[in-house]
Each structure stands twice: as C-alpha cells, then as structure tokens.
Design a protein around this ligand. Sequence first.
Ligand SMILES: CC(C)(COP(=O)(O)OP(=O)(O)OC[C@H]1O[C@@H](n2cnc3c(N)ncnc32)[C@H](O)[C@@H]1OP(=O)(O)O)[C@@H](O)C(=O)NCCC(=O)NCCS
Length: 167
Amino acid sequence: MASFDINIAMMNLAIRPYLPDDLDAIKRLTVEAFGGVTLEQNLESTLGLLRGHDWRWRKTRHLDDDVAAHPSGLFVADSQGRVVGYISTRVDREAGKGRIPNLAVAPEFRGQGLGRRLIEHALDYFRREGLEYAMIETMAENEVGQHLYPACGFVEVARQVHFARRL
Ligand SMILES: CC(C)(COP(=O)(O)OP(=O)(O)OC[C@H]1O[C@@H](n2cnc3c(N)ncnc32)[C@H](O)[C@@H]1OP(=O)(O)O)[C@@H](O)C(=O)NCCC(=O)NCCS
C-alpha cells in the first residue's frame, strides 16, 4: 500500500468495540505484530517448542484469555472493515486499576499515531469506568513501547526478570 493510500485509510479509521467475528483477525494481527517483542518467543528461543507448540500458538491464546476475561474492554481499529489494530483491557474496580495486557497495530499502519490513539481510547474507557490508575508493561527489547508509554503519561515503576526451566 502506498503512503498516500495509508493516510486515506487512517482518515477512515474508527476505534470501535470488539465483535466476536473479529477474533481471527486479531489473532492474525498478533502473530504478525509480536515477533521479537513477546515473552513467549524468548521462552521458545531458550527452551524450544513446548508440548509441540510454538510462541505464536501460546501468544494467540492470550487473546482468547482477553476475550474470555473482559470482552467489553477490547477495542479494535477498523479501517474500512479491516482490523488494523486492537487494545485489550482488564478492570479491577475494587483496586481502581485498569490494565492493558495487549496492544498491536498492523505494520503498515504504524508510526502514524494509531498506537497512541488506541491507548488514549483505553484510558478514556478506564476513566468512564471510574478507575484511578492504569498499568501497561513492555519487554526490555521493545524500543517502541519504551518510547510510547512514557509519551502517553505512564511512568516506569518496576523492572521484572523472567526465569524458566524444563521439567
Ligand atoms: C507498539 C505499537 C502498537 C505502536 O503502534 P504505532 O501505531 O506505531 O504507535 P504510534 O504511531 O502512536 O507511536 C509510535 C511511537 O514510537 C516511535 N518509534 C517508532 N520506532 C521506534 C524505535 N525503534 N525506537 C523508539 N521509538 C520508536 C514513533 O516515533 C512514535 O513516537 P512519536 O509519536 O513520539 O513520534 C506497534 O509498534 C506494534 O504493534 N508493535 C508490535 C506489538 C507490540 O509491541 N505491542 C506492544 C507490546 S507491550
């Protein structure tokens, strides 16, 4: 797609609630987007295939979890009927906490503010839900995340180290 066409597509882009028919598209986008920036792939690089499953299989299950846990907090970026991004959320009303477990934008739509728009959409949703704070996490190797989240007002509060071993 030429950049002119992408800009036209961005203008016609809407962020809307997730619909069950979006699940396959969201999973395809996840596989396309998360190479190099998911814990599941690091796990595979370290331990190899697990139960015969690769990182793509495990990562797309996270979306099944998102849909099962909180479908009304899942939003998609729709460009003329094509899902080109999504953001998932969790809400803990008692703690006042909103969390963003997953976020992705199709490669050809990146770098034009769509990731930021999706985050702002989730933050507005959290505010409407009466929450008090929001959390998001990223891999140390994810340079875009480490640039984008502070740019959206998040401040770093902790770093975590993940360990794994075969049994
Ligand atoms: C993270 C992601 C959703 C961002 O989507 P996007 O539409 O490109 O986001 P935006 O255009 O709103 O913002 C991207 C920002 O990162 C910056 N950026 C791009 N490449 C970068 C790099 N290598 N290092 C640092 N910053 C970078 C852009 O300049 C932009 O910042 P700016 O608005 O200050 O110029 C998208 O890159 C993606 O799907 N990545 C793969 C999946 C992923 O990492 N998900 C998040 C997991 S925590």
